[in-house]
Every structure is written in structure tokens, then in C-alpha cells.
Design a protein around this ligand. Structure first.
Ligand code: MG
Ligand code: MG
Ligand code: MG
Length: 309
């Protein structure tokens, strides 16, 4: 049975690139592996779509139910972010860069999680250590994944290991201008033209449990906040619908990647708790938080503290 290598639900470029990269790695080791993702190719985010086309790579195959399958997980280890019935699958490996989640296994597995900015940084090290040749195009999308996850090295999640991996990968991929690649990604990723507000809210969205309260946090990375000026009301209306499904709080991070800060849209049963979490005051339904780039390292820890987690 082939191993389905799959990233988290609502895949980002790291989940796509890591699935492709690790499937190739396993195949080079003589195993039968296939890159998978939890959505269909047409529903993939615009940044990853652009990158697959640029590096001539096929989109990972769709997997929705893991029951009875062999799976390797990349870029996550939480049941909530896995394909359905993941605990009825045989998990054979996990490669990640997040906190260890709630997946458990019956057997010892290959587990490699490191506190770096991107799963592809971990994978680059695995290729180097094993001497497996990294194909040019896979190196290209791995490079792009690191630039994406670390927001061009500006995110506080970025480490020296991520920068060193990019220095390796840029050579293997033959990418002439890393900055130009990032700007192309930013343009593709931040394009909001003609995209329904609901799809924008869910472009990079995760639910969290905060002391029994369901808290949803979406993030839109933008080249400028002007891109969403005309659709703020529509975004807020979609946040209201999502909140009405039983959430305590729904937040949307409008992150200005160039100015390096986030305008945080807030809809909450307790807005003052959210203000307290970030030490600032709402103006209308949002607040500017200078320097906030990372949901994982900045938004979530502050919320957890405020909720008393
Ligand atoms: Mg990810
Ligand atoms: Mg990642
Ligand atoms: Mg990410």
C-alpha cells in the first residue's frame, strides 16, 4: 500500500511543498509514496497554485478519508487538522515544525519536528543528511514554502536554519532572484479581486479551543491594507456568520507584509478581553497591532494568556 503524504487541512504552500518533497524522499528510499492534500486542485490557495505552475509540479492528489490507509503527516500533528478517520489509519511518519499535537500512534514511527520556520527547512536537512538528490523543481517549491511561512524571513518564527536552507535551495532550484520570487508570491497570495469575502476569510483560517471557548482566527497577508478597504464590511458580515455557528470569538488578521503589522478585525462575546490580549483599543471593529505578523507566535499565545489557558 502506498503512503499518502499529507499536510494539514486548508493547505498552505508548506503543506503542499512538504507533501511533494517528502513523497519524493520516501520514493528515493524505495518506498511507495504519493503526495496528497485535503482539497481538490481547483480549491488550492492562489499562491500555491502559482508556484505549482511555475515549478512544473503536479498538484498533490486529494485525500479526504484516511481510514485503512498508510499516511505520513507533514506540517501538523493535530487530529483536528487531519483527514477524517486519521486515527483509523496507519501513521508511519510525521515531519513538522509546530508544537506536538494530539495524534498518537500504536507503533514507533519516524518523527522529526524542529522549532524552525517551515517544514521544508526540516526536509532540506533530511535530504542533505541522507544524500538523496533534490530535484530542481522540488527545491524551488521548498524555497518558496520557506519564504511563505517565514514571510520572507520577517516572521519571528524564522530561524538561522531557515535562512541557511534557502541559501542551499536557491542554488539547487536555480532561482535567480529570491526577492522577486517572494514578490510574485505576495501578489498571487494577496490578490482579492473578484474573490468572495467568505473565501477570503477561510483562505488561511484555523479554529482553536481557548478554555472551552471556540475561537476562530483567519489571516490575510496583504501587500497593502488598501487591497481590502472596499470589502471590510463584507468580510465582517462573513465573520458574523462564522461566529453565529457557536464561536466565542472570530478574528481576522489583515497583515500588511510591507509595513510589518496587522489590522486585527474583532468579533467577540468579550471585545475587552481581546483588547486586553493585545494591549490596545478597538477603533470601530479593528485595531492596528504594530509588528504582528505570526498567528502562531504572536496572536495565539496572547489569546491563550488572556483566556487563562
Ligand atoms: Mg502550514
Ligand atoms: Mg509550515
Ligand atoms: Mg503558514
Amino acid at each position: 500500500m502506498s503512503i499518502c503524504v499529507v499536510g494539514h487541512s486548508n493547505p498552505d504552500t508548506d503543506s503542499v511543498a512538504a507533501a511533494i518533497s517528502y513523497a519524493n524522499y520516501l520514493k528515493a528510499q524505495g518506498q511507495d509514496a504519493v503526495a496528497c492534500m485535503q482539497i481538490s486542485a481547483e480549491n488550492l490557495n492562489p499562491e500555491s497554485k502559482m508556484l505549482l505552475a511555475r515549478f512544473n509540479l503536479a498538484a498533490p492528489e486529494q485525500i479526504s478519508d484516511a481510514e485503512g490507509k498508510k499516511v505520513a503527516l507533514v506540517d501538523f500533528s493535530d487530529i483536528a487538522q487531519a483527514p477524517a478517520n486519521v486515527m483509523k489509519s496507519e501513521i508511519v511518519a510525521i515531519v513538522d515544525h509546530h508544537k506536538i499535537g494530539d495524534i498518537t500512534t500504536n507503533n514507533p514511527i519516524y518523527f522529526n519536528a524542529q522549532p524552525v520556520g517551515c517544514t521544508c527547512t526540516v526536509l532540506n536537512e533530511m535530504y542533505k543528511n541522507s544524500g538523496i538528490a533534490l530535484p530542481k523543481d522540488i527545491a524551488g517549491i521548498m524555497l518558496a514554502a520557506i519564504l511563505s511561512d517565514t514571510v520572507n524571513f520577517k516572521s519571528p518564527t524564522c530561524t538561522d536554519a531557515d535562512k541557511a536552507a534557502c541559501a542551499d535551495l536557491v542554488k539547487v532550484a536555480g532561482v535567480a532572484d529570491m526577492e522577486a520570487l517572494f514578490m510574485d508570491m505576495l501578489k498571487a497570495k494577496s490578490s482579492v479581486d473578484g474573490i468572495p469575502a467568505k473565501d477570503l476569510l477561510f483562505r488561511d483560517y484555523k479554529d482553536f479551543d481557548m478554555k472551552g471557548n471556540k475561537v476562530g482566527v483567519g489571516q490575510l497577508e496583504l501587500a497593502t491594507l488598501d487591497q481590502v478597504a472596499a470589502i471590510r464590511d463584507a468580510l465582517y458580515a462573513e465573520m458574523e456568520k462564522v461566529k453565529a455557528e457557536g464561536r466565542h470569538t472570530v478574528l481576522l488578521m489583515l497583515t500588511d507584509v510591507v509595513k510589518e503589522g496587522t489590522d486585527l478585525m474583532v468579533l467577540s462575546d468579550d471585545a475587552s478581553l481581546i483588547e486586553k490580549a493585545f494591549g490596545t483599543t478597538l477603533s470601530g471593529n479593528s485595531m492596528w497591532i504594530d509588528g504582528m505578523m505570526s498567528r502562531k507566535k504572536q496572536t495565539i499565545p496572547n489569546l491563550q494568556k488572556a483566556f487563562g489557558c
